[in-house]
Every structure is written in structure tokens, then in C-alpha cells.
Design a protein around this ligand. Structure first.
Ligand code: NDP
Length: 242
């Protein structure tokens, strides 16, 4: 079976991506940081789709944890490699820049940007030697247009968009595609503090999106149908102007 790693697969968009890839027949490596209960729930749902999976707990912001866990997996699975990587783990810690603490800045950059770097750098080597791979980075509307109160998050997501475009060109000849999906407002734990009624008038489709409306695009980018698309950013935002 082919292997796919989804960072932040325990909840929200990451869980929907796990289920989409399970339907496509992948063995799913479900990464999470601390919520083992929800990660196990994702695994159960993956099994219900008729596929297999396993939990892989690590903090994407920690180079040591990323490298230790992924090396461990590699040693335990000789001859296999992770051909699909979905960099989905993310956090927001909103504040106006004038009040932003060092911690709020660093935490958001560490998880959303360094997390992409540590995980991708480790896994891309095997994709290159195997001459096939798919990388999908979950970015955000914030990284395209910038959102006030989110200079940290907008900076991190914009940086991942730049990295997506650069890396896509570096590895295209090895049949590895690198793309990004940029959601707008999606109903998950991350947006539970936002009242849909306060925001929906600015969204042309007049509602928040569902995680499955993001994961279906990830599934397409991973599929053979998207073999000629790389370095691209696809917005899934209900028509919000970007
Ligand atoms: P949720 O808050 O619902 O879930 C976040 C997931 O990321 C959880 O699985 C969490 O694990 C994991 N995670 C957080 N930090 C780390 C870490 N350091 N290491 C490993 N895993 C971590 O978020 P969403 O599903 O809403 O968001 C998923 C992605 O989509 C994020 O990158 C987010 O920025 C992006 N996005 C979301 C939007 C939205 O409106 N929801 C809009 C635009 C982009 P655990 O369960 O263990 O805490």
C-alpha cells in the first residue's frame, strides 16, 4: 500500500484529508500534537473507509521530534516510503501587531512555517530517489491578501506559498508536484470563536466552508489527474476576493 502523511490529521481539515486519501486507497499516517483521542477517532473513520492507518505523534515545530519520529517509521518500514505529504498542521494566535508578543509571533511561525520545512526536508529525499511524490501545503486566504490581526499567521502562510512555488520548480523533473490549497473560512475548531453570522455577508457563497470542500481539492492534487499542475495555489473560499 502507498503511504500518505497528513500533519494535524486529528481534527478539522486534516481529518477530512485523511478520509479523502483513505478513500483513494492510501495507508494514512495520522500526525497530531496532543489530542490522541481525536487522532484515534480519525483512525477509526479511516478504517471505516476500508483503509488502514497509524498514529504518528510529533510536534511539527520541533526538528528533533520530526526527524526522530520519521526516521523511526522509516526503519520500521524498510523498502517503503511516504509518497504523499500534506502539510496541514497549523495554529493561529491573533493580535494586532502593535500588541503582539514575541511568543505569539514565534509560535505561529514555528508551527506553520518551520513545521512545513522540517517535515518536507526529511520526506523529499525519498520522493526524489523514488522519482515520485505529491506535496500539498494547506495555506490560507490570509497568506494571499493579508488579514488584520493576523500579521504572524499571514506572514507564515505567505512564506509557505513562496516556498511552494520555489520547491515546485526544484523537484518537478523528479515527478514530484508541490501545490498549495488556500481555504477561506472553514467550520472547524480553529474558527469556533468566529460567529458565522458576523462573517457570512462578506462571503459571496454566504456561509463557511466544510472541511470536505477543502479535502476534495487536496485529493485532486494528489491524484494522477493533477500530474501537470505544480507550484499552484488553489483558493477554496466561497468566492472571497483575493
Ligand atoms: P484545527 O484547529 O481544527 O486543527 C489543527 C490540527 O493541527 C490538529 O490536528 C492539531 O493537533 C494539529 N496541530 C497543531 N499544531 C501542531 C503541531 N505543532 N504539531 C503537530 N500537529 C499540530 O485546524 P483546521 O483544521 O481549521 O486547520 C488546518 C489547517 O488549515 C491549518 O494549517 C490552518 O492554518 C489552515 N486553515 C484553516 C482555516 C479555517 O478556517 N479553519 C482557514 C485557512 C487555513 P491536535 O489535535 O493534537 O491539537
Amino acid at each position: 500500500m502507498k503511504n500518505a502523511l497528513v500533519t494535524g490529521g486529528s481534527r478539522g481539515i486534516g481529518r477530512a484529508v485523511c478520509l479523502e486519501l483513505a478513500e483513494m486507497g492510501y495507508h494514512i499516517l495520522i500526525n497530531y500534537r496532543s489530542n490522541e483521542t481525536e487522532a484515534l477517532n480519525t483512525l477509526k473513520l479511516v478504517n471505516e473507509k476500508g483503509s488502514t492507518g497509524e498514529l504518528l505523534q510529533f510536534d511539527v515545530a520541533s526538528k528533533e521530534e520530526v526527524e526522530a519520529k520519521l526516521s523511526g517509521w522509516k526503519q520500521a518500514n524498510e523498502g517503503k516510503y511516504i509518497e504523499v505529504l500534506v502539510n496541514n498542521a497549523g495554529i493561529r494566535k491573533d493580535n494586532l501587531l502593535v500588541f503582539m508578543t514575541d511568543g505569539e509571533w514565534r509560535d505561529v511561525l514555528n508551527t506553520n512555517l518551520d513545521g512545513f520545512f522540517f517535515t518536507t526536508r526529511f520526506l523529499i529525499k525519498d520522493m526524489m530517489t523514488s522519482k515520485f511524490g505529491r506535496i500539498v501545503n494547506i495555506v490560507s486566504l490570509s497568506g494571499i491578501k493579508g488579514l488584520p490581526g493576523q500579521t504572524n499567521y499571514s506572514a507564515a502562510k505567505a512564506a509557505v506559498i513562496g516556498a511552494t512555488k520555489a520547491l515546485g520548480q526544484e523537484v518537478a523533473r523528479k515527478k514530484i508536484t508541490v501545490n498549495a490549497v488556500a481555504p477561506g473560512f472553514i467550520a472547524t475548531d480553529m474558527t469556533e470563536d468566529l460567529e458565522e453570522k458576523d462573517f457570512k455577508m462578506m462571503i459571496p457563497i454566504r456561509r463557511f466552508g466544510r472541511p470536505e470542500e477543502v479535502s476534495s481539492v487536496v485529493g485532486f492534487l494528489v491524484s494522477e489527474k493533477a500530474s501537470y499542475i505544480t507550484g499552484e495555489v488553489i483558493s477554496v473560499n466561497g468566492g472571497l476576493y483575493t
